[in-house]
Design a protein around this ligand. Structure first.
Ligand code: CUA
Length: 348
């Protein structure tokens, strides 16, 4: 009877595992980050460690289940009454020593050693980084700078494939954590301190990153995208980002530029090319650099896809999308809003 119940439980467990494996939905990689789908050398090391730990855990689980079954079977056969006595040896005492001390010591030792090895391999990459990026975590978005090229952007990092990239992490306010599960492990951004990690992507693609340290109301909406490109595409992107924004030629967009200046957007957002106008620069870095906004895939810390509807919603009612963010509501009439959107869409 007991065996029948155990068999049923085992069948149910296996069925549940199979069902959960079958229902995994395939969405584009940019939207389903998984540390078990490594596309970078750091993430590959971490995934390897994960599989080693899963393997050891499975072996131990099966061992324990086997011993429980063996004990149950012995109990049913009535052999459990033959306890070791003074003449029967000390088998009973050896089990706790082996299973309770020796085995955990060996297993935890292996996991600890492997973790240290993985950490050291990730921290000390073989090749010297060829590209440098500075990232500043802000509530709740990411400022991204390429200091050698004088490029500043936000919430979207482009890197070349098969090239190690040095990422320097700082925070402007509270502790954040930079995490791109498919490329690397987490690294904290700590106020007053600079942390470094090396991103080394091995596969072209778009990967989603996320702040992984609770940092306030909009922590969950502090995402970003990492675009891994061929070296040529990356160099083209970088040189385009280095250009100032072109002056709008379309009259509606030109009117929108006026709205951008007069409604106050320009006091928090840089658009390179507008810098000769009279602007109080003291607050200009409060919001993301918008020089090439239209070239990005997302807005608002990767919480919205960039399209006209989302841009409009974000401009007029940002506190609905991200309550607590620094972006204020803009009271624009519909014509001004359409002009402003037309202008923002020219910022390629
Ligand atoms: Cu920044 Cu959580």
């Amino acid at each position: 009877m007991m065996m029948t119940r155990l068999c049923r439980c085992a069948v149910l467990l296996i069925t549940l595992l199979l069902i959960s494996a079958c229902t995994a939905v395939q969405i584009s990689p940019g939207h389903t980050p998984s540390a078990l789908n490594p596309q970078g050398t750091g993430a590959a090391r971490i995934a390897e460690l994960w599989w080693v730990m899963l393997g050891l855990g499975t072996v131990i689980f099966l061992l324990v289940v086997g011993l429980v079954l063996a004990a149950l079977l012995r109990g049913r056969r009535g052999t459990s009454t033959t306890m070791p006595d003074s003449t029967g040896g000390d088998t009973g005492r050896n089990w706790p020593i082996f299973g309770g001390i020796a085995l955990p010591f060996v297993v935890i030792g292996i996991v600890f050693g492997y973790s240290i090895y993985t950490l050291s391999a990730i921290e000390n990459p073989q090749t010297k980084p060829a590209v440098k990026i500075e990232i500043v975590g802000r509530r709740w978005w990411w400022e991204v700078k390429y200091p050698d090229q004088g490029v500043t952007t936000a919430n979207e990092i482009h890197i070349p494939v098969d090239v190690p990239v040095q990422v320097q992490l700082q925070s402007a306010d509270v502790i954040h954590s930079f995490w791109v599960p498919e490329l690397h492990g987490k690294m904290d951004l700590i106020p007053t301190r600079i942390n470094n990690l090396t991103l080394h992507a091995t596969q072209v693609g778009v990967y989603r990153g996320q702040c992984a340290e609770f940092c306030g109301l909009q922590h969950a909406h502090m995402g970003f995208m990492v675009v891994v490109q061929s070296k040529d595409d990356f160099n083209n992107w970088l040189s385009a980002q280095g250009q100032p924004a072109a002056a709008p030629t379309d009259p509606i967009a030109a009117q929108g530029q006026q709205v951008f200046m007069e409604a106050g957007c320009v006091f928090c957002h840089t658009v390179r090319g507008l810098e000769d106008k009279e602007i109080d620069r003291s607050s200009v870095d409060l919001g993301p650099d918008l020089t090439h906004l239209a070239s990005r895939m997302t807005i608002a810390g990767a919480s919205l896809t960039k399209n006209r509807g989302n841009l409009a919603g974000w401009v007029v009612d940002p506190q609905h999308v991200k309550p607590g963010s620094l972006m204020p509501e803009m009271y624009l009439d519909s014509q001004d809003l359409q002009d402003l959107l037309a202008y923002l869409e020219t910022l390629h």
